[in-house]
Design a protein around this ligand. Structure first.
Ligand SMILES: [Zn+2]
Length: 413
């Protein structure tokens, strides 16, 4: 596969090009954007001169200046689309795009499709309800720009989606990793083996599953596809994609500046910590040095795919505030998923952390035969060093998710 010039940038080329694009727009933000006018320094010569942006700031700004806040560079009539965050972490944030910004979103999808080998000859099925969340809308628009045949899965039940995938001979599936497994399960009930369908590639977002080897292998086996991970956010854009190495996601550094904020508050362009992103083309409602809350390990160097783009090893493994402590052991929900998904017999599962009489108690509710459930518990204990109570429930008992799966709950008893 021919790589684009930006995919092979040196560090020097990257820094120079990124800063040139960002700095050329700062005067326009100073003029038109009240939110950033208050935040931007009079003169800036490098990225580090600019302040971080947090979700709380954006949220408070929207609350104080409803309904859209003051992070608007242009008059309202310039904007053509409204999307909003899922609200899994706080009040939903509204984001507006101008026609130019929306075109930028569509461009951002091109390297994602290219890395997954998706072309104009493909038929892409979007198993998504097309609500206010931007991810699938932008993916749809990006696929249209690519020239692929775009098939909406909106307003359909899961069996209807299975039937549509078969009937239209869709070659690419776009959905959350959890929902991919749900589709395969629903197909089996109807006596359909999706692994024998025309599907050959799947692209997943919303959860880290496609970068978790056990989950990815299961999707690939159940659907007969090569599964790729994609990362993005309503506030920032469609920024990451897994390549042929599939051991993490590259960030499209032509359109996004990547920084990693470590535990001591230092921002670097690699290492472990919170992912900080600046977008370079959504000028109607930009984010500069936005603290995403995503916990990552960013690695630089030349990937086996030939790209020099930064790679988030293992994808976005969790949120900075996701980590829970169980009797002194730090655990991310994605670590539990990595274990549970290795057991093919487990349908759906849920993890509950409760504080019972001052003691942390981790409980895993699984749809699986009792002997398998016991092995899941033993594996969690062996690999994470945590004792986990296992509760077995009948297949089909636990909720299925189309969007960000909520498999983790925390209570105080
Ligand atoms: Zn790569």
């Amino acid at each position: 596969m021919e790589l684009e010039a930006f995919e092979k940038w040196t560090d020097e080329e990257r820094r120079r090009t990124q800063w040139s694009r960002l700095s050329s727009m700062l005067p326009e933000l100073q003029r038109g954007n009240a939110f950033y006018r208050a935040k931007l320094p009079k003169a800036a010569t490098k990225l580090a001169d600019l302040a971080f942006t947090t979700k709380i700031e954006l949220s408070e700004d929207q609350a104080a200046h409803p309904p859209f806040g003051t992070n608007l560079t242009y008059p309202l009539e310039r904007y053509v689309r409204l999307h909003q965050t899922s609200g899994t972490t706080g009040r939903p944030l509204r984001f507006l795009d101008t026609a130019e910004s929306w075109d930028w979103w569509r461009q951002c999808w091109q390297p994602i499709y290219r890395a997954a080998g998706v072309t104009a000859g493909d038929r892409i099925f979007f198993a998504f309800s097309f609500g206010a969340f931007v991810g699938f809308w932008s993916a749809f628009a990006g696929a249209e720009r690519l020239g692929a045949l775009c098939l909406t899965g909106g307003a359909m039940s899961t069996p209807e989606r299975v039937a549509a995938i078969i009937a239209t001979e869709a070659t690419v599936l776009m959905c959350t990793p959890t929902y991919a497994l749900r589709l395969a399960e629903a197909a089996r009930v109807e006596g359909i083996d999706l692994a024998r369908s025309a599907l050959r590639v799947s692209i997943h977002a919303g959860e880290p599953g496609a970068s978790i080897p056990a989950t990815r292998e299961r999707i690939e086996k159940d659907l007969g596809v090569e599964a790729f991970d994609h990362t993005g956010a309503t506030e920032v854009g469609a920024h990451g994609f897994s390549c042929s190495a599939r051991d993490g996601v590259h960030i499209n550094e032509s359109e996004f500046v990547v920084e990693v904020l470590d535990a001591s508050g230092n921002a670097g362009d690699e290492g472990e910590g919170e992912l900080v992103l600046t977008n370079l083309g959504r000028w109607g409602m930009p984010v500069i040095r936005y603290r995403t809350g995503d916990r990552v390990r960013a690695v630089r160097g030349t990937c086996s795919c030939g790209r020099t783009l930064v790679k988030l090893a293992g994808g976005i493994a969790g949120r900075v505030d996701d980590m829970v402590t169980v009797r002194g052991v730090n655990v991310f929900p994605s670590a539990i998923e990595a274990i549970v998904r290795r057991f093919a017999e487990v349908g759906e599962y849920r993890v509950e952390l409760a504080r019972v009489r001052e003691m942390d108690e981790l409980r895993c509710v699984v749809e699986a035969p009792p002997d398998v459930a016991e092995r899941v518990g033993a594996a969690i204990h062996r690999e994470l060093g945590i004792r986990c109570l296992i509760e077995v429930v009948a297949s089909g008992t636990l909720p299925r998710f189309e969007m960000k799966a909520k498999r983790f709950s925390q209570t105080n008893v």
